[in-house]
Design a protein around this ligand. Structure first.
Ligand SMILES: *Cc1c(COP(=O)(O)O)cnc(C)c1O
Length: 362
């Protein structure tokens, strides 16, 4: 890698593709001969309108989002949507099903309780979130206004290996840490939302994709900025959108499109994850506790089982140019976040370092 960059395994904000950063850098002070930076530009101006329009068009193209869905660029992060989803969607029967498979789905569930009756329809908490419950383990309420899942559990390093069958009840997915990691069938979902800072762009923008017929009138008292109805009507411009982050989404999507799209990325992502898990499984020092079929290809957790040794690993890895490998405080150990922008060579460097560390600390 050039520009003295290191391999950054941060869970988010995380690495962005170097060509994207270089392009942003080249355009930083004077965007497309406008004489100003995108940061300085009115969000109602002609050049900005082109930026947000093409960001949306590219997202639709790359993810295969049909016209029957609306794309919103909002603020408040995925956490904002923990409230946004119930406020906009717990409006028919005032209840929803939550499947708790980690800390973010737990938080989403807790937030939803403020706005209606949130039920836990399945949970892997008793097994330390090491797997995703099977369809038979879920107790879904056919009268629920929606079913909420967190599709990739960033902290624990697990991923739904299937999508639950929710019948006529819309499926709502937090895809913050897996969006754009592989092709998906958008029509299986009612709502997909994602904070940008893992696979999409810098922090600041939250993408919400919602099936048009689900955009209803939100609950009374809903903050206007969180209203899907209002934001859809105003093209995400009810107020100033996170304009620079949306511009960065556009650059990331152009880059992804040029490299062949999500099927190419998925192949790369699966290969990166497969070799890292293979190294962990072959090791006598490192273990991963997630059930094989539920392992995330974006966030790979592992540990030595010894806190001091884990700390030593992270410290020495950082000194070797492998940054931010410390696991989430709720889990401990290590976590290698290997999002789209992590090059295969970065994973190789980590695997080499792990082998060296194991030899030295056997
Ligand atoms: C990072 C993350 C969040 C929190 O996102 P914010 O943008 O900080 O609100 C929520 N859910 C998942 C799955 C995440 O990975």
């Amino acid at each position: 890698m050039s520009e003295n960059r290191i391999y950054n395994f941060s869970a988010g904000p995380s690495m962005l593709p170097l060509p994207v950063l270089q392009r942003a850098s080249a355009e930083l002070c004077n965007y497309n001969n406008t004489g100003m930076s995108v940061m300085e530009m009115s969000h109602r101006s002609k050049p900005y309108e082109e930026i947000i329009t093409s960001a949306e068009a590219l997202l639709r193209e790359v993810m295969g989002i049909p016209d029957t869905y609306t794309v919103l660029f909002l603020q408040g992060g995925a956490t904002g949507q923990f409230a946004g989803v119930p406020l906009n969607m717990m409006t028919k029967n005032g209840k929803a099903d939550y499947i708790v498979t980690g800390q973010f789905s737990q938080k989403a569930y807790e937030e939803a309780q403020k706005y209606g009756k949130a039920n836990i329809a399945g949970s892997s908490k008793a097994q330390n979130f090491t797997y995703i419950p099977a369809q038979e383990e879920l107790t879904l309420d056919p009268e629920a206004d929606y079913v909420h899942i967190c599709e990739n559990n960033t902290i624990y390093g697990s991923k739904w290996p299937y999508l639950p069958n929710t019948g006529d009840v819309p499926l709502v997915a937090d895809q913050s840490s897996c969006i754009l990691s592989e092709p998906i069938d958008v029509t299986r979902y009612g709502v997909i939302y994602a904070g940008a800072q893992k696979n999409l762009a810098p922090a600041g923008v939250t993408v919400v994709t919602i099936r048009n017929d689900l955009i209803g009138t939100p609950q009374k008292g809903t903050p206007t900025v969180l209203s899907y109805e209002t934001q859809a009507k105003s093209g995400s411009m009810y107020n100033t959108p996170p304009s620079y982050s949306i511009y960065m989404i556009k650059l990331v999507l152009e880059y992804i499109k040029d490299m062949g799209g999500l099927s190419v990325l998925a192949e790369q992502n699966r290969a990166k994850a497969a070799k890292l898990y293979a190294a962990i499984d072959a090791s006598k020092l490192f273990t991963n506790t997630i059930r094989q079929d539920c392992r995330s290809i974006m966030n790979v957790t592992f540990s030595t089982g010894n806190e001091e040794l884990d700390a030593k690993f992270c410290k020495e890895a950082a000194a070797a140019g492998l940054a931010s490998l410390k696991g989430h405080r709720a889990v401990g150990g290590m976590r290698a976040s290997i999002y789209n922008a992590m090059p295969s060579e970065g994973v190789d460097a980590l695997i080499d370092f792990m082998a060296r560390f194991e030899k030295e600390n056997a």
